[in-house]
Design a protein around this ligand. Structure first.
Ligand code: UT7
Length: 325
């Protein structure tokens, strides 16, 4: 019996031109290239130019994904943008991208789940596509975290960067077999008891300012691997797949030690792990599609491959998605 699934048609990414290396950062805060590389795997990050906004980054990534899909923007009837650094408090940054793409149908909105944002946005779009509400979605993760960093706090400013990534998802009938392409399952979780471990100390209804990112890094680190592996086990239980079946593990790119620790605990071979945190640091909701774009472009991820995505971040929020490319 055929089944309607959300199939990935294209992927694209965009990083701002300006690169800041660890050495450059060590001239302004008390840190070093050795410390940053050893503790996180990060070598450099990209920073948006003055006047370059989250919508600009997201738009570039969306255009790249549409070009990869060989599709016209007018086919898109849903935009779900994951971001914690919107251009404005409202309207949603997604509607700016919608207008720039010349799309006048369907719906566009933002979702906010910090570093898990892309998995939350993917899951949201998948529900709408499978239910028949919409047919073709742009799922975008775009962030300008440089704007909410306290550049004097070495505990956080060395860890994040700006960027955007996007995929085009299209509802397509699949045969209903193990070979089905598309999003096979998604699993979302949150636990607000941890909201003070990673947060921004401002907002429209509290301080009236955008605020700065604050994090108890060690606490986040302590929870990360357990939460990530739990929600991946949920994906395995739902589909009957396990780590041996996975072709590519594309995790949220926050810290190489978290990525390696999760892969090890799950028994996923290091050769199957896509890691790009070295070149763009933690770009929050943008990190998974940025990594996907790299691995598709360099020929690692191919149609038919089983791709496992996961993320964990502020809230805490965490989630997984299993996709047959
Ligand atoms: O997407 C989710 C978002 N966040 C994350 O995933 C981040 C999760 N946390 C982490 O990645 C790690 O906890 C960090 C990379 C933030 C820190 O690594 P750590 O191994 O947990 O280090 P630590 O916080 O225990 O700090 C070790 C030492 C401390 O010095 P003392 O107290 O041992 O003397 C820090 O003051 O490193 C010091 N330190 C630094 N030194 C040089 C903290 N930041 C820096 C720095 N440069 N930038």
């Amino acid at each position: 019996m055929s089944i309607r699934r959300s199939v990935v048609r294209g992927v694209g990414a965009y990083l701002p031109k300006r690169v800041i290396t660890n050495d450059e950062l060590s001239q302004t805060v008390d840190t070093s290239d050795a410390w940053i590389q050893q503790r996180t795997g990060i070598r450099e990050r990209h920073i948006a130019a003055e006047g370059e906004f989250t919508s600009h980054l997201g738009l570039q990534a969306a255009r790249a994904a549409l070009a990869d899909a060989k599709m016209d923007a007018r086919e898109v009837d849903l935009i779900v943008l994951a971001t914690s650094t919107p251009d404005q408090t409202f309207p949603a940054t997604a509607v700016t991208i919608q207008a720039e793409l010349g799309i006048q149908k369907g719906a566009a909105f933002d979702v906010q789940a910090v570093c898990s944002g892309f998995v939350f946005a993917l899951s949201t779009a998948d529900q709408y596509l499978r239910s028949g509400s919409f047919n073709t979605a742009l799922v975008i993760g775009a962030e300008t975290f440089s704007r909410i960093l306290d550049w004097k706090d070495r505990g956080t400013c060395v860890l994040f960067g700006d960027g955007a990534g996007a995929i085009v998802l299209q509802a397509m009938d699949q045969p209903g077999t193990r070979e089905d392409r598309g999003v096979l399952t998604t699993h979302l979780r949150s636990d607000g008891r941890h909201r003070d471990k990673l947060f921004v100390d401002g907002g429209p209804s509290t301080t009236g300012t955008a605020g700065y990112l604050r994090m108890e890094g060690r606490e986040v680190f302590r929870h990360a691997v357990g939460m990530i592996t739990d929600v991946i086990e949920d994906a395995y239980k739902a589909t009957g797949y396990d780590s041996n079946d996975i072709d590519w593990f594309v995790p949220h790119q926050a810290n190489r030690r978290i990525i390696d620790g999760s892969a090890k605990k799950l028994g996923i071979a290091p050769s199957k792990v896509v890691t790009t945190v070295d070149r763009h640091a933690n770009t929050s909701a943008a990190s998974i599609p940025l990594a996907l774009a790299v691995a598709v472009k360099d020929g690692r991820i191919k149609p038919g491959h089983l791709v496992l995505l996961e993320a964990m971040g502020g809230g805490f929020t965490w989630g997984s998605a299993l996709v047959r490319w």
